[in-house]
Design a binder for this molecule. Structure first.
Ligand SMILES: NC(=O)C1=CN([C@@H]2O[C@H](COP(=O)(O)OP(=O)(O)OC[C@H]3O[C@@H](n4cnc5c(N)ncnc54)[C@H](OP(=O)(O)O)[C@@H]3O)[C@@H](O)[C@H]2O)C=CC1
Ligand SMILES: CC(C)(CO)C(=O)C(=O)O
Length: 302
């Protein structure tokens, strides 16, 4: 299988390395800048638990144009880079190409299908703590790993080679036709956490301890929005998410918080602005998110 990782950073680089270790040699890593240079010179190094391993992709590039059609493209860019990144793969997408976006946020499938209607575009989400710590080096923290993927009406039997690859290469994954529910469940966790960790500049465990009221308000607002969109998130999902928030790895930060700390473009629109706009469109009140979204916008434009 010919695989491309579009955005071989914390998430994508880790997944690409797992595929390469599972003896899937045809993996192309798309990255840029010093990180790409290092991958080309020395390979991509992963630090995981007490292990350190280095993999060498078939290709490492910032311009996949000449590499032909791919069977599977994992999109692991930040939302802020998505349009530019998608433009770069225009010569790599054919009718047999499966595109799996794993960005935080919801509703990537329609956005990608609009550009590549010929492709088989899925939806996905991932729970992982994994970041570039220096060019060419990714650290995956803790045991957390869960990847859900699929689409409505999806039958995993139609995707045997991908299921087999993921079975071999990943700690765990869930192919599912209930992907909207899984994605919104992840959104229920990450949208409030990303917003609150970025506003209060403390790790996730302290948000659960010190800002429990706002965490609950945001989580309930998002559950109400999901319900208005026909996604069956329940009161139990809200409570389970809040319990999960109370048990996160101490000191762990969200990827949006890290981006803001590093003065990088942050996924504010995908994780907060989206909730405000959809709330407005569907008549769902999201006052806490509105207030914090405004504060985040102000803070990042300073
Ligand atoms: N990190 C985490 O633990 C988790 C992240 N997520 C989500 O996963 C997605 C990816 O996040 P993450 O892995 O942290 O992001 P990273 O920034 O670590 O990785 C993305 C990589 O893609 C590169 N890139 C961006 N645009 C291009 C381009 N046009 N051409 C080539 N390379 C490009 C980036 O380069 P550059 O650095 O120069 O921008 C970066 O190396 C986000 O939606 C995030 O919210 C979800 C779960 C956990
Ligand atoms: C909270 C976490 C680490 C969970 O996967 C995440 O999705 C992020 O920081 O973007």
């Amino acid at each position: 299988m010919k695989i491309m990782i579009l955005g071989a950073g914390g998430v994508g680089g880790y997944l690409g390395a797992r595929f390469l270790r599972a003896v899937e040699p045809d993996v192309t890593l798309v990255a840029r800048g010093a990180h790409l240079d290092k991958i080309r010179q020395e390979g991509l190094t992963i630090l995981e638990d007490t292990e350190r391993y280095t993999v060498h992709p078939a290709h490492a590039t910032d311009d996949p144009e000449g590499l032909g059609l791919f069977d599977l493209i994992l999109v692991t860019l930040k939302d802020t880079d998505l349009d530019d990144g998608l433009e770069r793969i225009r010569n790599n997408v054919g009718p047999q190409t499966v595109i799996l976006p794993l960005l935080n946020g919801v509703e990537y499938r329609p956005r990608i299908l609009k550009r590549y209607p010929q492709a088989d575009v899925l939806e996905g989400c991932i729970y992982i703590l994994s970041n570039i710590v220096e060019p060419g080096v990714i650290r995956k923290k803790g045991k957390i790993f869960r990847l859900c993927w699929g689409k409505e009406g999806f039958d995993p039997a139609d995707y045997r080679p991908i299921v087999e690859l993921f079975d071999r290469a990943l700690p765990r994954h869930k192919p599912t036709a209930e992907i909207a529910y899984e994605q919104w469940k992840k959104f229920l966790f990450i949208s409030p956490m990303a917003v609150l960790t970025s506003i209060y500049k403390v790790p996730m465990d302290r948000i659960a301890q010190e800002h429990a009221d706002e965490l609950r308000e945001l989580t309930e607002e998002i559950a109400a929005l999901a319900q208005a969109k026909g996604v069956p998130l329940t009161r139990q999902d809200v409570e389970a998410t809040l319990e999960q928030a109370a048990k996160v790895l101490p000191g762990a930060k969200t990827s949006m918080q890290l981006d803001i700390e590093r003065n990088k473009p942050a996924e504010i629109e995908a994780l907060a602005g989206y909730v405000v706009r959809e709330g407005d469109r569907l008549g769902v009140k999201v006052p806490t998110m509105e207030k914090l979204y405004r504060a985040l916008r102000l803070r990042t434009s300073e």
